[in-house]
Design a protein around this ligand. Structure first.
Ligand SMILES: [Zn+2]
Length: 266
């Protein structure tokens, strides 16, 4: 990309163009965000462009001056090293604007002495900016649901886990969903004929489902009936698990496993 898009320009000064690829345009548009999370540690200044790199408290000299004129100082490819003499700052820029505040700021920048300059990327533990670290920093994490941990477990059959996942996202092909898509006319539950068959009714509200639950709870000695809607189910499950954890270790293990297997398989 550098060879293709940055033949004569600096990354920080490159302009967004409609002929650029989507990837390159996205990178250029992310520069301001990237700069807000990095910092230069200046040693000899040989790898830092004097005019374009954001080495003055996350701003470049060009940004601070507003523009650049060729008679203001050294060529545009000059590095910060040209402004350092034995670890001390030397004034090279002759900008006809108010350069004094910027120069004052530069003089307060720490210089590390001999060695290569370091660019620190704060979101990374190592300080290095790589693709994986950048992705971790920009990605939008999805909402975390309380039922995720007990659905997605290595011991569960993937098909059952997926079915449970569909249920919690209300994506099961219940009669009410099929009716909403115009595929069927009647969505009355064929098991009890007393209500519409949606995911809450099918798994928790139907008299047939409640009968199945009661058989399980009798086995597990659980006396707390489940809720009638799936959204409240994880909270109920957490409460029941707490109850089970108070029983003996062996019973606890067996009951929790039975409950989890039943919930995912049912
Ligand atoms: Zn029913």
């Amino acid at each position: 990309m550098k060879k293709r898009y940055l033949k004569r320009e600096n990354l920080w000064n490159a302009k967004v163009c409609s002929s650029h690829s989507c990837t390159w345009t996205t990178i250029l548009n992310a520069r301001e965000w990237v700069v807000s999370k990095l910092s230069y540690v200046i040693f000899e200044g040989k790898s830092i462009n004097l005019w374009y790199d954001p080495w003055i408290n996350r701003k470049s000299l060009m940004q601070r001056l507003g523009r650049i004129s060729y008679d203001w100082g050294p060529p545009l490819d000059t590095t910060v090293s040209a402004s350092l003499r034995n670890g001390k700052w030397t004034k090279l820029v002759r900008a006809p604007v108010d350069f004094d505040p910027i120069w004052e700021e530069i003089q307060h920048l720490e210089v590390g002495g001999r060695g290569e300059d370091i660019l620190i990327w704060y979101p990374s533990k190592t300080g290095n900016l790589g693709l994986s670290e950048a992705w971790k920093a920009v990605r939008c994490r999805g909402t975390s649901f309380p039922w995720i941990k007990w659905i997605w477990q290595p011991i569960q059959t993937p098909k059952h886990s997926f079915c449970a996942w569909q249920a919690f996202h209300d994506k099961l092909s219940t009669l009410s969903r099929l009716q909403s898509k115009g595929l069927i006319q009647n969505s009355v539950c064929p098991l009890c004929s007393s209500d519409r068959e949606d995911v809450d009714h099918l798994l928790l509200g139907c008299s047939y489902s409640r009968f199945i639950w009661s058989l399980l709870f009798r086995e597990l000695l659980i006396r707390i009936a489940p809720p009638y809607n799936l959204a409240a189910f994880p909270h109920w499950l957490a409460f029941v698990r707490g109850q089970l954890l108070r029983s003996s270790m062996l019973q606890k293990f067996q009951k929790i496993k039975k409950l989890q297997n039943f919930l995912v398989c049912s």
